[in-house]
Design a protein around this ligand. Structure first.
Ligand code: ZN
Length: 236
């Protein structure tokens, strides 16, 4: 809709959760999470890790003029302001929110550090404040780290007017050691309206840039067309 921010929902109501858009048409959303924890920052500082920003993914998406949506943590944006500017400057890219420091707000969410749910709204609001100055295609889409959420977490988001986006196609790219399984995981499950979850975190998702050209080729073969998340979810 013209004049509204994509993903914006009525303030004060439980945040809706969406996995995918309408199963009609040909559009699919490629989404890339930009995780950053204090542990990851420590690894960068210590020189154990070179980069958590996979520029080869951006190079490819830009060269092929492929739309994509980036779920950014506040700490990733603060560590990579130039890359964030590059994302925000691309009219085909949307910016979304993935918490400030990639903590979990429920129990038993992989090995993620946990924050109490009463800190969720402040954490997510702070992340919007970090992302907003970059402009570009801002949204009110939010993704929980590890996709971990429960009723209490969704209720806690009510003051922010966001849409929670999980996704229906998990590439499995974190800590992958080969690219072919990622291609298969995506192409075996992708359908019209799908939301594909990948990561732009390089050292923690080292095969994604190698898989991506094959994924794009496979989408073309299936007649599927990458589009911004807002278009996929609204069927627009
Ligand atoms: Zn994440």
């Amino acid at each position: 809709m013209v004049g509204t921010v994509p993903g914006a929902t009525p303030i004060g109501t439980r945040a809706p959760v969406v996995d995918h858009g309408p199963r009609t048409g040909a559009k699919v959303a490629l989404t890339f999470d930009a995780d950053m924890t204090d542990g990851m920052l420590a690894s960068l500082r210590a020189g154990r890790v070179k980069s958590y920003a996979n520029l080869r993914i951006l190079d490819l998406l830009e060269r092929e003029q492929v739309p994509a949506t980036f779920f950014l943590t506040g700490k990733w944006v603060q560590r990579y302001p130039d890359v964030t500017r590059r994302i925000a400057g691309n009219p085909r890219f949307e910016l979304a929110n993935h918490t400030y420091g990639h903590a979990a707000f429920t129990g038993d969410c992989y090995d993620l550090p946990r924050l109490p749910v009463d800190e969720l709204v402040g954490d997510v609001a702070r992340t919007f404040e970090v992302i907003a100055p970059y402009g570009g295609r801002q949204t009110r889409y939010f993704r929980f780290p590890g996709l971990c959420h429960d009723a209490a977490a969704l209720d806690a988001l009510a003051p922010l007017g966001v849409t929670v986006v999980d996704g229906d196609v998990v590439s499995g790219d974190p800590f992958a050691t080969a690219w072919k399984p990622l291609v298969r995981a995506v192409l075996d499950h992708v359908r019209p309206g799908s939301v594909v979850i990948m990561h732009v975190t390089e050292a923690n998702a080292a095969m994604t840039d190698e898989a991506l050209p094959h994924i794009l080729a496979g989408l073309r073969e299936r007649g599927l067309v990458p589009a911004p998340l807002s278009e996929v979810l609204t069927g627009g």
